[in-house]
Design a protein around this ligand. Structure first.
Ligand code: AMP
Ligand code: FE
Ligand code: FE
Ligand code: ZN
Length: 296
């Protein structure tokens, strides 16, 4: 009943960016799909950071009527000529999960997350903060450790009052405890995703609230490398940032997406907070050849 009334009211609802407990969300893949259904979504993409480990559990738990798009968010960097590298996130959909070079790069990134996470936690512990690396690794289901795991440990130890406060203080990229990870060059990332039959989409590309963002020339270079889409409607984008990205998408012939970037209780955003236009979703499906959507 609920789903039917949603359809009548607003057509097909599509959220193309979510994180489960396989990376730094708090819902298991099964719980995430339940949340998607309860929110009236018809299509949801599972896009955990640097891993496809949630795809199997999602396939096993998929409720009838809900379409699941297998995806991922690849940790990347853009290297400007005259300033330090800028962190960029690349969404990848419908790629072959067994493509060897892409498998190897994901494994390298997860290893990088472990060494870098340990560096941050060791520095925090040396300064007297009650965090223990082994306990933080234990709470990451798939070995995909990120700052949200450290933030939750700080929250539970009473050091901060919220995950958000941890990101604004001890885990901020300008904090003395911060360490960067050696992410994939985004042009190489785009090439890999395309080689694996996938669809690369630049995630939250203009969200200045998250830190430095790349300029339009970088996006042009990404298009040259094979970028297919821009994530436009994202909770971290202002109306002006969305308008700018929509203009770039028009100019370069890119598809546009909208999504929540849901992380369970690690962020305040509910699943389905932003959605993708069905015609754009159809274009994305047509561009992906590495694997199929999970559907009835
Ligand atoms: P990392 O990849 O380990 O550097 O951590 C970045 C991750 O933390 C991203 O995936 C974001 O989704 C998440 N994140 C960034 N800022 C916040 C915040 N204020 N609250 C919760 N999660 C955040
Ligand atoms: Fe995240
Ligand atoms: Fe991201
Ligand atoms: Zn994300």
């Amino acid at each position: 009943m609920h789903r039917r009334s949603v359809r009548q009211g607003g057509g097909v609802r599509i959220d193309l960016h979510t994180h489960s407990s396989v990376s730094d969300g708090t819902d298991t893949p099964a719980a995430l799909l339940s949340a998607a259904l309860a929110a009236g979504l018809d299509v949801v993409a599972l896009t955990d950071h640097d891993t496809t480990a949630g795809w199997g559990p999602a396939e096993a738990a998929r409720p009838p009527g809900l379409t699941v798009v297998p995806g991922m968010e690849l940790s990347c960097r853009w290297f400007p000529a005259d300033e330090p590298p800028i962190s960029v996130h690349l969404l990848a959909y419908l790629f072959d999960p067994l493509h060897p070079a892409f498998v190897a790069e994901r494994a390298r990134l997860r290893e990088e997350r472990l060494t870098r996470g340990e560096r941050i936690v060791t520095a925090l512990a040396a300064a007297g903060h009650p965090v223990v690396w082994e306990q933080i690794v234990e709470r990451s289901a798939g070995g995909v450790v990120g700052r949200p795991h450290i933030a939750r440990a700080l929250l539970e130890a009473g050091v901060v009052a919220s995950v958000d406060e941890a990101f604004g203080t001890l885990l901020h990229h300008r904090s003395p405890y911060y360490a960067a990870k050696a992410d994939t060059d985004v042009l190489d990332g785009i090439t890999l995703v395309r080689a694996a039959g996938g669809v690369p989409v630049f995630a939250h590309g203009r969200a200045r609230s998250r830190g430095r963002v790349v300029g339009d020339a970088a996006i042009a270079a990404m298009v040259e490398a094979g970028l297919v889409g821009l994530e436009v409607d994202h909770p971290d984008h202002t109306p002006e940032e969305r308008a700018h990205l929509r203009g770039l998408a028009d100019a370069h012939g890119l598809l546009t997406t909208g999504s929540s970037d849901y992380h369970g209780t690690n962020k305040l955003t509910p699943i389905g907070a932003c959605t993708t236009d069905p015609a754009q979703y159809e274009a994305l499906l047509a561009a992906g050849t590495g694997t199929a959507v999970l559907a009835d």
